[in-house]
Design a protein around this ligand. Structure first.
Ligand code: ACO
Length: 383
């Protein structure tokens, strides 16, 4: 047994492994605070740049600070030619966008010059500015289209939408997307953020931390759920089919994607914010059919989860309405998780800065469950 604590806690559930001022989750009350603001107040009102500034500086910027901060990021929207070349090589093989993002981010910086604090600041700008360009460029290449160069007259989110479609996104779509980015920007010590903090704690660089975090995010139990959640709503097709479909899934022992959460035992507050944004989007488009179907599927799923898993309090999580909102914004399923990653990058980086300040290697213990009395047998004597 190593270490001083000897109680093994599967999945580290309930273990407090860091202190943060970035976000606060009350899983029982279903509340989320970002930089001290209730999510419902911050997400639909702030620009993404304001939220990133808030995470990095622990205060909202004034007009001048916001303008300077936004301007400081735009040069980093251009990615190195080595990155573009890599993406062009991956595209014919239809490598997934998340894997392309992971590999692309790794090539954004090869320099480790400068004092640590300076290098951290620069790495943060590089990865924050370059991430959206990697996703948008690669997506277009995979679709057989030319990448659209970034524009520096658009906001971070507006430019991301522009680079994907090559068209001016319009204020309603930018607002919808901005609300999404703000909603998912940070969320306590989730698996990808923990990964980023562990890597930073070894005094490795921030690019490596973000690459590791992307790898953690892409798993279906973390950021990979919204695609399957939308597929499920489409497969159900009509409200009448919901119960039979969902029962069959639960009878097989399958999990319903977009439901359940390690921390929230009531409805994930992010689901409400995104559901409102999705409703606005679908209403503006004049077609609420899919939205209404999703609401019905959600109601049925929650009732069935209570029947099949009584007392577990399995409720809707952020991924369910992420799927609906991003679909409403015209996003293909393949872009759901990469878009989550692009938004969450700001949270990861803010945690990296906190971890730097904490300056403590993260190194938990393990409980040995193997044997200790083996004796060496030469190869020639083994059966
Ligand atoms: N559908 C059906 N059953 C579920 C679901 C679900 N979505 N979620 C949990 N359960 C069941 C489990 O099978 C388990 O039942 P059992 O004890 O009878 O075996 C019980 O509820 C507890 O589940 P755990 O896996 O212990 O709960 P955990 O806290 O580890 O799970 C998780 C959280 C991984 C999110 C889980 O709810 C899940 O797999 N959900 C579906 C995937 C999903 O939506 N992921 C996105 C999460 S949000 C995010 O990461 C951004």
């Amino acid at each position: 047994m190593e270490g001083t604590q000897n109680r093994f806690i599967p999945g580290l559930e309930g273990v407090v492994a860091s202190q943060t001022r970035l976000s606060h989750i009350d899983g029982k009350a279903g509340e989320l605070y970002i930089g001290g603001f209730a999510l419902e107040e911050l997400a639909p009102n702030a620009t993404f740049e304001e939220v990133v500034y808030l995470l990095q500086h622990d205060t909202l910027p004034n007009a001048g600070q916001l303008e300077r901060f936004g301007r400081s990021l735009t040069p980093f929207r251009m990615i190195p030619s080595a990155t573009t070349d890599l993406l062009a090589r991956l595209a014919p093989h239809k490598v997934s966008v998340m894997d392309a993002l992971r590999m692309g981010v790794d090539t954004l910086s090869v320099s480790s010059e400068g004092a640590d604090a300076e290098r951290d600041r620069r790495d943060a700008q590089i990865v924050l500015g370059g991430g959206p360009t990697i996703v948008a460029s690669y997506w277009r290449m995979r679709e057989g289209l030319d990448p659209v160069p970034p524009r520096d007259d658009l906001s971070h989110v507006g430019n991301y939408l522009y680079m994907l479609s090559g068209e001016d996104p319009g204020s309603a779509r930018i607002r919808g997307m901005e609300t999404y980015f703000n909603t998912v920007v940070d969320h306590g010590l989730n698996a990808s953020t923990f990964t980023a903090r562990v890597i930073t704690s070894t005094q490795s660089d921030l690019i490596s931390a973000v690459v590791g975090a992307i790898g953690a995010l892409k798993g279906p139990l973390h950021g990979g759920a919204p695609g399957p959640a939308l597929d499920m709503v489409y497969e159900i097709g009509t409200p009448e089919a919901a119960e039979t479909y969902l029962r069959a899934k639960l009878d097989r022992g399958d999990r319903l994607m977009g439901f359940g959460h390690r921390v929230y035992k009531v409805r994930d507050p992010r689901a409400d914010v995104l559901s409102d944004a999705a409703e606005t989007m679908y209403r503006a488009d004049g077609d609420l059919q899919l939205y209404d179907l999703a609401r019905h599927v959600e109601k049925t799923a929650i009732a069935l989860l209570e029947e099949y898993k009584p007392g577990r309090n399995l409720q809707t999580n952020v991924e369910y309405y992420t799927a609906l909102l991003l679909h409403g914004l015209g996003f293909p399923v393949e872009l759901f998780t990469p878009t989550f990653a692009v938004a969450r990058t700001a949270g990861w980086l803010a945690h990296c800065f906190e971890q730097r300040a904490a300056a403590r290697l993260i190194r938990p213990s393990s409980e040995y469950i193997g044997v200790v009395d083996r004796r060496w047998v030469p190869l020639t004597d083994r059966n």
